[in-house]
Design a protein around this ligand. Structure first.
Ligand code: NAP
Length: 320
C-alpha cells in the first residue's frame, strides 16, 4: 500500500524513462504528458490528429525547463485496430517502455449508436478495445522496462450500476450507458490484467486510476489545448465545490504510473472522490466481479485477436 505523503507537484526523477500516453493532445492526457516530461521522462504523446498533436507537443516543449524531459508524437487512433497495431510497432522500437497510460476516451458519446470501420460500437472501441489491444502489443516492451500500465476509470461506475452483459450495446444503447459501461470495462480489465500478469510471472503491473470530476472550465487557458468559452467557464465555476482542473485530475493517473510504492491491482483517485490529492481508492463492486472480468477479457481477446504474449513477456530480460 502506498504512503500518504505523496506530493504530486514533486515527482521522482524520471530521467531515462520512457512513457506512452494515449489521447495526449488535450485534457488529462496533455497534462499527464507535461507532468511526466517535467520530471525528466521521455514521453510518446499519441493522438488521432497530426495537427492537434503538433500543437500539444509544441506547447509541452515550451513549458519544459531547458534540458529537462523530452517528447515525440505518434499517430494513434484507439478506435481503429489497424492504427493501434501500427503505432505499437513503432513505439516498441528496440527500447523498453516504463509506463503506458491508457487515457484516450470519448466522454460525450453520440445520441445514436455508431460503429467504427472495424464494426464495433464506437465508445467501446475507443475507450476499451483499442486499449486492450495496445497493452497486449506493448507488453514485451513494458516487460523489458519492468513497467506499468494504467487504465483510466471513472467515479460514474460507482453511481450507475451497469453490468456489461450486452457488451457492445446492440440492444440497449444510450449515450450515458455507453460511457459508464466502457469505464466499468476499463476498470475491470485493468484489475484483471494485474491478476493475469502476476499468475504468468510477467514483470509488468497493472493499475487503475480515475480523475474525479475534472473540467475544462476549471482549467487554465492554454492556446490550442484548453480554450473553454466564457459560458463554459461560468457554468463550470458554479460547480467549483465539486470539481477541479484537468491538471489536478491527472494527478491520480500519474501517481499510479510513477509512485515507486504503488503496486499492481491498486485503484487511485482524488482524496475527496471528485477532487483532491491522489490517494488509493475503492473501485466499484461490479468492476471487481470475477465473472464480469472474465467475460470482458475473453470478449476483447477474441474480438481484437490479440492474445497477450504472457510467456514471451515473462522471459523478457530487463533492458535499460
Ligand atoms: N474529465 C473527467 O472528469 C473524467 C472523469 C472520469 C474519467 N475521465 C476519463 O479520462 C480520460 C480523459 O478525459 P478528459 O477529461 O481528458 O477528456 P478530453 O479532454 O475530451 O480528452 C480526451 C482525449 O482523448 C482523445 N481521443 C478521443 N477519441 C480518440 C481516439 N479515437 N483515438 C485517440 N484519441 C482519442 C481526444 O483526442 P481528440 O482531440 O482527437 O478528440 C483527447 O486527446 C477519458 O478516458 C475519460 O473517460 C475523465
Amino acid at each position: 500500500m502506498a504512503r500518504d505523503d505523496w506530493n504530486p507537484r514533486k515527482l521522482p526523477d524520471l530521467s531515462g524513462k520512457r512513457y506512452l500516453v494515449t489521447g495526449s493532445n488535450a485534457g488529462l492526457g496533455y497534462f499527464a504528458s507535461l507532468q511526466l516530461a517535467s520530471a525528466g521522462a521521455h514521453v510518446i504523446m499519441t493522438g488521432r490528429s497530426p495537427q492537434r498533436l503538433a500543437t500539444a507537443r509544441a506547447s509541452v516543449e515550451r513549458a519544459l525547463p531547458d534540458g529537462v524531459g523530452s517528447v515525440e508524437t505518434l499517430l494513434l487512433d484507439t478506435s481503429n485496430l489497424g492504427s493501434v497495431r501500427a503505432a505499437a510497432a513503432t513505439a516498441r522500437g528496440r527500447k523498453p517502455l516504463h509506463g503506458l497510460l491508457l487515457n484516450a476516451g470519448v466522454v460525450h458519446p453520440p445520441r445514436q449508436r455508431r460503429t467504427t470501420p472495424d464494426g464495433h460500437e464506437m465508445i467501446f472501441a475507443t475507450n476499451v478495445l483499442g486499449h486492450y489491444a495496445l497493452a497486449g502489443e506493448l507488453l514485451i516492451a513494458l516487460a523489458a522496462g519492468r513497467g506499468r500500465m494504467v487504465w483510466v476509470g471513472s467515479v460514474s461506475t460507482s453511481i450507475w450500476k451497469y453490468e456489461p452483459t450486452d457488451i457492445e450495446l446492440v440492444d440497449d444503447y444510450s449515450p450515458w450507458r455507453a460511457y459508464v459501461q466502457s469505464k466499468v470495462a476499463t476498470t475491470s480489465l485493468g484489475l484483471e490484467a494485474d491478476d493475469r500478469l502476476r499468475a504468468a510471472s510477467v514483470p509488468v503491473s497493472s493499475l487503475v486510476a480515475h480523475p474525479g470530476y475534472s473540467t475544462s472550465g476549471r482549467t487554465r487557458d492554454i492556446a490550442g489545448i484548453n480554450e473553454p468559452t466564457r459560458m463554459t467557464r461560468f457554468t463550470d465555476n458554479l460547480q467549483a465545490a465539486v470539481t477541479q482542473s484537468k491538471e489536478r485530475g491527472a494527478w491520480p493517473l500519474i501517481r499510479a504510473l510513477v509512485d515507486p510504492d504503488a503496486t499492481g491491482g491498486e485503484f487511485y483517485g482524488p482524496a475527496g472522490v471528485l477532487r483532491g490529492g491522489p490517494r488509493v481508492a475503492t473501485p466499484a463492486a461490479v468492476t471487481r466481479d470475477p465473472e464480469v472480468a472474465a467475460r470482458l477479457w475473453s470478449y476483447c481477446e477474441q474480438t481484437t485477436r490479440t492474445p497477450w504474449p504472457y510467456l514471451k513477456a515473462s522471459r523478457t530480460r530487463a533492458k535499460g
